[in-house]
Design a protein around this ligand. Structure first.
Ligand SMILES: [Mg+2]
Length: 410
């Protein structure tokens, strides 16, 4: 089997509502680039990456010259062909490599008639548990704002009823820490049997990170995720707070993982199939974590169904996945895969069992959301459409005002 061509299509898929985070917002849609790698046997492998829009399309298709004639089975050579570690100091191709790796694994699986997880060690579970991933949200259409502790609890309750979540993750770093603490504790009161996690995307100061951590030590926490920036900051919080610390920001490659093994800053590494350069690097990293008794979870970078499939196959094969995975997925209004969005049951999503990634594109949806992207274009992820001129510092003190309603954006 040889690669003959690479296509990339950028789509904008609507979210239920604009989602706030510490750096700004997802402005009511996810912009993702769907990658199709064609082989000489007629098979098409799927990949996906986020952000970048048309520039991501160009970056992906620019690899065609490197990859035409490449055998998709040669996954290790693929790494060196387009992103060897010294060249990648200058070309930043890790995310591109990931999308191509997904597609190659999809091709191999289709060629052999086996699901991706069978190529990755075989599944140890048939479905992957997910956290509810709660955001402060602007009002939109039928969806009310999510701003106050009461609204947050109602939002979590609705998601729990609909999807069966028993783990709740609050994406914070938006409002002043004391206010977010009140929100987080409201979740704990409302769902005393469920587990919780808080992630302010590293914008708290060291003192605030420690203060927040200590103020939730009595709750049913999985972990405190990136309360502050940097391995050194996290290490200092970890020494002063009695709960596991997690990161998806500063252990995203093997050098950083080695640093965290030698001098522990976090207890849990959130593996992201894109940031680590593919599914296989995540499996390798999970093996290192298993050896050194570091926990692993699955990170969400804002996925459509193709990327979600990579997260499911990863989650299927990790014996040491003892935490629910994260996914923005339930915040989406639709998807580009055949059959519509993959359903949650009892807080879990079944691991696809078809050949390769086990998901295929709905051509009508792909075309419609490519058209929506042409219409709406990109959005600045690191800006909040409701706060003109605002941007955060790290550590941040420029918080949103919790007394200002998150009305629908015009
Ligand atoms: Mg995070």
């Amino acid at each position: 089997m040889k690669i003959t061509d690479i296509r990339a299509t950028t789509v904008a898929v609507p979210l239920e509502a604009p989602l706030l985070h510490s750096n700004g917002a997802h402005w009511g849609r996810f912009v993702r680039t769907i990658v199709e790698v064609e082989a000489d046997n007629g098979l098409v492998g799927l990949g996906e990456l986020g952000g970048g829009g048309q520039s991501a399309e160009r970056a992906v298709t620019a690899l065609t010259g490197y990859l035409r004639g490449h055998d998709p089975f040669e996954l290790e050579n693929l790494r060196f062909k387009i992103a060897n570690p010294t060249a990648s100091l200058y070309n930043n191709r890790t995310q591109l490599l990931a999308a191509i790796e997904f597609a190659c694994i999809d091709l191999i699986g289709q060629h052999l008639g086996v699901p991706a997880h069978d190529l990755l060690g075989g599944r140890v579970r048939d479905s992957v548990p997910f956290a509810s991933y709660l955001f402060y949200r602007y009002a939109s259409g039928a969806h009310a704002e999510v701003r106050t502790p009461g609204q947050l609890v109602e939002h979590a309750r609705a998601l729990k009823e609909r999807h069966g979540f028993t783990v709740h993750k609050l994406k914070g770093g938006v409002f002043p820490p004391d206010y977010e603490l009140e929100c987080y504790r409201a979740l704990a009161v409302a769902f005393p049997q469920d587990r919780l996690r808080y992630d302010p995307n590293a914008v708290l100061s060291l003192d605030e990170g420690v203060r927040f951590g200590r103020a939730i030590e009595d709750l049913n926490n999985d972990y405190l995720e990136d309360p502050v920036w940097g391995l050194e900051g996290l290490r200092q919080v970890r020494e002063r707070v009695a709960m596991p610390l997690a990161t998806n920001t500063v252990v995203v490659n093997f050098e950083q993982l080695a640093a965290n093994v030698l001098r522990r800053s976090v207890d849990v590494v959130l593996l992201d199939t894109t940031f680590w350069g593919g599914i296989r690097p995540c499996v390798k990293a999970a093996g290192v974590c298993e050896t050194f008794q570091i926990g692993v979870a699955v990170h969400s970078s804002g996925e459509l169904g193709v990327q979600l499939a990579t997260m499911l196959h990863l989650g299927a094969v990790l014996p040491n996945l003892t935490y629910a995975a994260d996914a923005h997925y339930h915040q989406l209004a639709d998807d580009v895969i055949e059959g519509g969005p993959l359903p949650y049951r009892d807080g879990r999503i079944a691991v696809p069992s078809g050949p390769g990634l086990g998901v295929r594109l709905d051509r009508g949806k792909l075309a419609a959301y490519a058209e929506l992207y042409r219409e709406l274009g990109d959005y600045p992820y690191d800006r909040d459409p409701g706060r003109e001129g605002w941007y955060p510092t790290v550590p941040n003190q420029r918080w949103a005002d919790p007394d200002v309603p998150l009305d629908a954006l015009s």
